[in-house]
Design a protein around this ligand. Structure first.
Ligand code: ATP
Ligand code: TZE
Ligand code: MG
Length: 274
């Protein structure tokens, strides 16, 4: 098992205060910025082709989220990703909606082929689609059954060289060599648009502060789920539905370091994948 203590991970983030450049979608950009700050990082959203390489060059982490990608945005993401690779800046890719349309399939393929991706996150449908498994992605939503999701995540790790986080009721974290189930989170997280996008930038924050991408992915995924649970328990105020839950969840992220939380190691189980 890699090293995954929650207090150490949060202290590493606080110590680093990593600057994260997110090239992300127009839908959840503000949530992605705020959660970066609430973890203890610094957000910037440069997405101008002329500037983005320089900004990523001085950043500590980079997120590429193709949720509303355009023709020019595709080139901007590749420029940002190449700058990250050249400068050794940890790179996270969220191939939002891959599997839904041929355009998204092509963009996602370019991102994972042309770039060295450190951590790749997507919902079950997206991870399955990336490796050519049967997947039902309607717009950006994963629908359908994914009995083989762990095998798909391992195949995706093999194909991309990234640490893969397949999000859903149980999150799967996979490398070519090892696979883990992360049992943290709450069903309310699935009722809020953008929890996958915010997981992506969370992984960038943790990867910027923790050298080993697998430790970063495991601790980031588990910490994120714990915040979701604390919010659902009402530890950050009562919620009345998904909109107020989102606020409580963001407060839980900001307050996680000071909250009394169970450690994350017992939420992470190595699993065998055929
Ligand atoms: N039923 C559930 N139980 C526990 N956690 C959940 C559940 N549904 C979603 N989550 C959590 O919510 C987060 C987002 O996962 P999800 O797979 O819904 O992302 P997504 O489809 O990419 O979201 P979006 O496109 O809205 O950003 C993950 O951390 C996941 O663990
Ligand atoms: C709804 C939606 N459409 C494109 S990106 C996005 C945000 C959630 O992935
Ligand atoms: Mg998503």
């Amino acid at each position: 098992m890699p090293d995954v203590a929650l207090d150490e991970a949060l202290a590493a983030v606080a110590g680093e205060q990593p600057l994260i450049n997110s090239v992300t979608n127009d839908v959840t950009v503000n949530d992605v910025a705020n959660i970066t700050l609430y973890w203890g990082g610094l957000p910037v959203m440069s997405d101008d082709e002329r500037e983005v390489g320089d900004m990523v060059g001085i950043a500590d982490g980079c997120l590429l989220n193709m949720g509303t990608v355009s023709e020019s945005g595709e080139e901007t993401m590749l420029t940002a990703g190449r700058a990250a690779n050249e400068r050794g800046v940890p790179l996270v890719v969220d191939p939002v909606g891959v599997g839904a349309t041929p355009t998204r399939d092509r963009v996602a393929d370019r991102l994972v082929t042309d770039l060295d991706v450190d951590v790749l996150n997507g919902n079950y449908g997206e991870i399955s689609a990336l490796v050519g498994d049967d997947a039902e992605v309607r717009g950006v939503e994963s629908v359908g059954e994914y009995a083989e999701i762990a095998a798909a995540a391992v195949e995706c790790a093999r194909k991309t060289g990234a640490v893969v986080v397949a999000s859903g009721e149980t999150d799967i974290v996979a490398t070519e060599e090892a696979t883990f189930e992360v049992d943290a989170g709450h069903s309310m997280m699935g009722a809020v648009v953008g929890t996958g996008c915010m997981l992506g930038v969370t992984l960038a924050v943790f990867a910027a502060a923790i050298d080993d991408p697998l430790s970063a992915a495991l601790s980031g995924t588990a910490a994120y789920g714990l915040a979701g649970e604390l919010a659902a328990e009402g530890a950050f105020g009562d919620y009345r539905g998904p909109a107020s839950y989102k606020i409580a969840f963001l407060d839980a992220v900001a307050g996680l370091a000071d909250a009394s939380t169970p450690d994350i190691a017992d939420r992470i189980d190595p699993i065998e994948v055929r």
